[in-house]
Design a protein around this ligand. Structure first.
Ligand SMILES: [Ca+2]
Ligand SMILES: [Ca+2]
Ligand SMILES: [Ca+2]
Ligand SMILES: [Ca+2]
Length: 455
């Protein structure tokens, strides 16, 4: 049991209802508002939330500059990933990193990949297809990993569909995936596999998986034991089913909060019971029909195949729009009035969620794909199954000045009271409780998300 879960178990409080459930599923949801954990320990960066919030990433470690888009060699992302010890990969280049050999696995713990440091349009991962065309981001057999503001767009198919997710998390703990934009995988866009725990997947866009395995998120597959996982503030769009797939053993703490699920074909959220019965809190989500959503589609389904026990479903303030079955009648048999575990976050109302996500979800700045996607969601348009657009390499943009090579923009350092002539990322000169490097990343993220000019 993680520390977070202990705290959550000790100090639950009942928050006031923030809005009434909406849509025709109203009477089918839980009767009592969610219980939210109090005094949850802060993570290493502001905005670290969920069951993975305690991930250290590379906090306190070396700042390693990625200076080339090349697959490997000095200054490559692969080289930073394969280093050992606490480390932060910062980017002095922008554009597409196309792995031509098998993409690197993150197996050494204590790493942060800080995509928001990249100049211009940021960093996109892809592969070159063929036998090496495999999942571009794999976190395997490790712990304390944070990946933020990275796009994953495999625009060329590899030979093996089964090893071609967008992101795979396998046998790992304390992982945060935040502000990713993932598309065009031929297996799941994001997939948890085997024995994971303390995972957060937040503020990301998972869109346009490749048919006929166009699936958003397989949150757990073949779990060995209970897992704690948070899926918060994400958009799943243009994926036929598994939006998301929820199949955890009893005693797991799984929360799916404030996500937008758009244009599923057959199933949106799937509650499975083949690992003994999933406990799940589905709170403040929005389920929107799109052009591919057929009338027999289901918003929240209880998947009875190979069931080995009853799940527990806590549903609150989920909103639905469109002509499909919003909540399957069978879900009523496993509905509970208290979340199986206290939520780690205070949910937003589902009303207005799209407006919020428009300014938060995905890798910033949005690329052409995400910009178009957001327009499609606004207009309830777009389709499943369009071919990937070949990635175009971006023009190089000069990075911010960082003469002391501590990852922080020297001009920001001067403004903030840090020393632009010494390596001081882990100081806390403003005494706000967060390392100044994290303050820098937060300030930079805000600048980029606002659309302001930046290097
Ligand atoms: Ca997979
Ligand atoms: Ca600096
Ligand atoms: Ca400095
Ligand atoms: Ca600080």
């Amino acid at each position: 049991m993680t520390q977070l879960r202990r705290l959550a178990a000790i100090l639950p409080v009942v928050i006031a209802a923030c809005s009434l459930p909406s849509g025709t599923g109203l009477a089918q949801q839980s009767a009592e508002p969610p219980v939210v954990a109090q005094n949850v320990e802060a993570g290493v960066f502001p905005g670290a939330i969920g069951h993975g919030a305690a991930s250290r990433g590379g906090h306190g470690g070396r700042i390693i500059a990625v200076t080339t888009l090349a697959d490997n060699g000095a200054g490559s992302l692969r080289a930073c990933i394969e280093e050992t010890g606490p480390r932060i990969c910062v980017f002095r280049v922008n554009g597409v990193i196309r792995f031509s050999a098998r993409p690197p696995y993150i197996t050494n713990p204590y790493i942060t990949i800080a995509g928001q440091t990249a100049p211009g349009g940021g960093i996109t991962l892809a592969h070159s297809g063929g036998a090496e065309g495999r999942t571009p981001l794999v976190i395997k057999g490790t712990h304390d990993v944070i990946v933020r503001h990275i796009r994953i767009r495999p625009d060329i198919s590899g030979n093996e569909q089964g090893s071609e997710d967008g992101v795979t998390i396998e046998n790992s703990e304390r992982v945060i995936l935040d502000h990713l934009s993932v598309s065009w995988a031929r297996d799941e866009l994001v997939n948890g596999f085997a024995d994971n725990d303390a995972i957060t997947i937040s503020n990301s866009i998972f869109a346009a998986g490749v048919p006929r395995h166009d699936k958003c998120a397989l949150l757990a597959s073949d779990p060995d034991g209970p897992q704690n996982l948070s899926f918060i503030g994400n958009i799943c769009a243009h994926n036929g089913d598994r939006n998301p797939d929820i199949n955890f053993p009893p005693e797991s703490c799984v929360e799916v909060v404030n996500n937008l699920f758009y244009n599923a074909q057959s199933e949106f959220a799937e509650i499975w019971e083949s690992e003994g019965g999933s406990p799940i809190s589905l709170v403040g989500n929005v389920f929107l029909a799109g052009p591919d959503t057929h009338g027999a589609a289901i918003g929240i389904v209880r998947a009875g195949i190979a069931a080995t026990g009853d799940g527990e479903a806590y549903l609150w303030d989920n909103g639905f729009e469109g002509d499909f079955t919003h909540i399957a009648p069978e879900v009523a048999d496993i509905l509970v009035d208290t979340p199986p575990c206290p939520l780690t976050v205070t949910p937003r109302p589902s009303a207005g969620l799209l407006a919020h996500l428009r300014g938060s979800a995905g890798t910033w700045p949005h690329d052409a794909f995400d910009s178009q996607l957001m327009q499609e969601i606004d207009g309830r348009g777009g389709r499943i199954g369009r071919a990937p657009s070949p990635l175009v390499q971006a023009d190089a943009v000069a990075p911010y000045a960082d003469a002391d090579a501590d990852g922080m923009d020297d001009a920001w350092e001067t403004q903030h009271g840090n020393d632009p002539a010494s390596i001081d990322p882990w100081a806390d000169v403003d005494g706000n409780g967060f390392a100044d490097f994290e303050d820098f990343l937060s300030a930079r993220e805000a600048t980029i998300q606002s659309g302001a000019a930046h290097n």
